[in-house]
Design a protein around this ligand. Structure first.
Ligand SMILES: Cc1cc2nc3c(=O)[nH]c(=O)nc-3n(C[C@H](O)[C@H](O)[C@H](O)COP(=O)(O)OP(=O)(O)OC[C@H]3O[C@@H](n4cnc5c(N)ncnc54)[C@H](O)[C@@H]3O)c2cc1C
Length: 422
């Protein structure tokens, strides 16, 4: 591939025109829960990703030994600018998890052998990944996971359950956090493994959500066999890996991107024209209360965009406390998302809640409202972002903990024997 950017752009334009469909009119961004992703539908998306990979346009900045193109961020930018005009693969939430969170975390921590085995399959669309992180009893308290991987000769045997895994029913692998040492404090006995979603002993059960979709899943692991080759990062180094993952999950990705995600769209993030349109459609553009609401959403959007730009700049410049800084962006989305969704319903009124068939604006407003709390919970709640900012950025004392320094086995034993008296 010619490294000259103009030539690169010309060749790319020809390739795109010959190989991909134009983007649907009005863009192809779908709201979470607006459509249900099926295994068959995802198979079609995988074909598009494969074509992009075979054309040499997947993983543009990633190392060639892992199936990437070894080119610069400027090449990626050219690709983003041109490719956005075409119909790109849509893998739903699992696409963002795979290419934005899991891949970047792997690149930072997995062994070269692991990366050579798995990254090309991600870049080609053959494998989608999800996070097996949360458990029924371990959400905010991430290090409290009870899913266990026990040594058995040269194998590991995985048992336990994960929950809220977005898109697991159509994914191929889960990046799974398991306890591998019970005799050290809880943060020090954790290890990440690659677990195939269809491995013997893995059961994936979808869960119905308020937005009508069944995108979440709960997994049960019954004597699932793993090996050292499945490890992502070192034995018992899981907390360190988790911290990297949280930076990416909170939107702080500054590293290479493996696919033309919504990079261009993000820079054009909405500053409330959708709400202006909604108010006009409902004849409310002249109402003082409606105008106040729109101006509020607009300024919140503006603040969130500026904040994200500033934090990303600091992360790109190598700021320490990546997870703490990324928490600002996550918190702003968690706070403003719910408020914006409510404003949409206030402006849209009844048709925004019970829309007529074909009324896409009504449908989008209602689904956005039902999704309004997503960013306040997913990837760490608003309260946990505030805890992170206060401790990691402001240097306030850590919140009191009864279990941080104790071997985890003792924590569980004490909890079991606790009588309720102090
Ligand atoms: C849309 C969505 C997608 C998700 N996708 C995934 C996924 O793909 N993979 C995955 O593994 N997980 C996923 N999750 C799970 C998510 O990470 C957890 O729901 C989240 O971390 C909160 O954990 P919890 O639900 O157990 O709540 P809890 O931890 O039980 O929290 C309950 C309440 O207590 C508060 N709280 C708890 N501890 C503290 C504290 N120390 N200080 C102050 N307040 C506290 C919380 O803020 C919250 O308000 C997803 C969740 C959602 C909503």
């Amino acid at each position: 591939m010619n490294a000259d950017l103009d030539t690169y752009r010309d060749e790319l334009r020809s390739w795109l025109a010959a190989n991909l469909e134009p983007a649907p009119v009005g863009g192809s961004t779908l709201l979470r829960g607006q459509i249900h992703y099926t295994v068959e539908g995802i198979a079609e998306e995988r074909k598009i990703q494969k074509r992009i990979f075979e054309g040499g346009y997947s993983g543009i900045t990633l190392p060639t030994e892992y199936g990437g193109q070894g080119l610069s961020a400027a090449h990626q930018q050219v690709f983003n600018e041109e490719a956005i005009k075409y119909r790109l693969p849509n893998f739903g939430v699992a696409g963002g998890t795979t290419h934005g969170v899991v891949l970047n975390t792997m690149l930072a921590h997995a062994s070269p052998e692991f990366l050579a085995r798995h990254v090309p399959k991600i870049l080609s669309g053959e494998h989608l990944w999800v996070q097996f992180f949360s458990e029924p009893g371990a959400g905010s308290d991430l290090a409290g996971v009870l899913t266990r991987a026990d040594r058995d000769g040269d194998r590991w045997i995985l048992n336990g359950s994960k929950i809220w895994s977005s898109g697991a029913y159509y994914a191929d692998y889960g990046m799974c956090l398991a306890r591998t040492d019970w005799d050290v404090p809880k943060h020090r006995g954790l290890t990440w493994f690659a677990v195939r979603c269809d491995a013997p002993g893995v059961t994936v059960d979808p869960i119905k959500e308020i937005n009508g979709d069944i995108e979440f899943c709960q997994e049960f692991f019954d004597d699932v066999e793993l090996t050292d080759d499945d490890m992502i990062g070192g034995l018992n180094d899981g907390w360190n890996v988790a911290r990297t993952m949280l930076v990416h999950e909170r939107g702080g990705t500054t590293g290479p991107s493996s696919m033309p995600r919504a990079a261009v769209r993000e820079t054009k993030r909405r500053l409330a024209p959708d709400l202006v349109k909604l108010a006009r459609e409902h004849g409310r553009a002249e109402e003082p209360v409606a105008r106040q609401l729109i101006a509020k959403a607009h300024t919140n959007d503006y603040v969130a965009r500026q904040l994200a730009g500033r934090v990303m700049g600091m992360l790109r410049a190598g700021a320490k406390n990546g997870a703490g800084l990324a928490a600002y962006m996550k918190l702003s989305q968690g706070m403003f998302g719910a408020e914006r969704a409510r404003i949409g319903v206030e402006l849209g009124g009844a048709p925004a809640l019970v829309w007529e068939p074909g009324d896409l604006t009504g449908q989008a407003t209602a689904i956005t409202y039902l999704n309004g709390r997503v960013m306040a919970i997913a990837g760490g709640t608003n309260q946990m972002q505030r805890n992170g900012i206060s401790e990691q950025v402001l240097g306030l004392p850590r919140e009191p903990s009864f279990d941080a320094g104790k071997p985890f086995r003792e924590v569980l034993r004490d909890a079991k024997n606790w009588s309720g008296s102090v």
